[in-house]
Design a protein around this ligand. Sequence first.
Ligand code: SF4
Length: 308
Amino acid sequence: MLTHEELAIVHLVLNTDCNAWDLPKTTGSPGVCRFCYRERNRVHTDEATVRRVIDRVRAESEARRIVFTGGDPVMPYDNHLEPALQHAQAAGFETNLHTNGLLLADRYAGLRDHVTLYSLAVDGPDEQSADWFRGDGYFTTFRANTALLAADRRRLAFNTFTTAVSLAALPSLAEIITGLAARTPVEYWLISQYRPIGRANSRKADLYAYDREAFTEAVAHVRDLLSGTGIQVYDQPTRAAEDPYPFRVWVLADGTVTADLGSVAAPRNTVLGNLLTDGFEPLVRRAFASRSTNTSTATSSEKEVTTP
Ligand code: SF4
């Protein structure tokens, strides 16, 4: 059995595509989510398999939370999200729906009773800044989603990607988040800097990379602004190519288990095996072993982070 201390959170990937790709880019933007580093490994599964996958994770770990992520897990087709959430909840997991929210309203009725936490991506405090990152109309949808969720007293979290320019807008975004926290529980705010991982290239680095000190200072400032609110502020600063990446386990909905094992320069997560045939605990223990031969410096707070 993997203890809670060894593995508190598991990421479950039902699909790797994303509905954000349909949004038009705004004037002056490099394109929708150009910073995204999600792997594009396909997931072919069915509802019964997803249930078996969740059961294996439950039987072999004390993990408390499953993060439903992608791509985006809220898609305009049946990706088994609702039964997966329901099954995970019944198995005793907290469920974190990690989404851009573009199609959240469409599927909300079926999701609502089985989601512990909605973590929403937002990169700026207004249309101009937020839409620059994720596409035309993104911020309007974000506001509609937060209005819906706050009115329904749902638990929220936020993920923010930054550039050197957008850092100056973090205090205004902090104001929006504080305003929401007055109406509904807000658990955390994760703020990220560009990290050259996954599908990194020099064009992305030209667009998004900037000084780590500036990032750290800006995050410290908003952490001060949010002190006393109970909202945890996590940060993901940039890393050098030789730096280790925080250890995370990704379970695809067909049972494939992958993990962040190496440096940020590793082009892909390592595929460990399939938990339906190999078991979940043995695969994760294998990952622990290979990671400890590579590095041992990930911190527990870094294990909490989940997003591009
Ligand atoms: S950053 Fe998130 S919303 Fe954007 S393409 Fe990647 S998965 Fe989709």
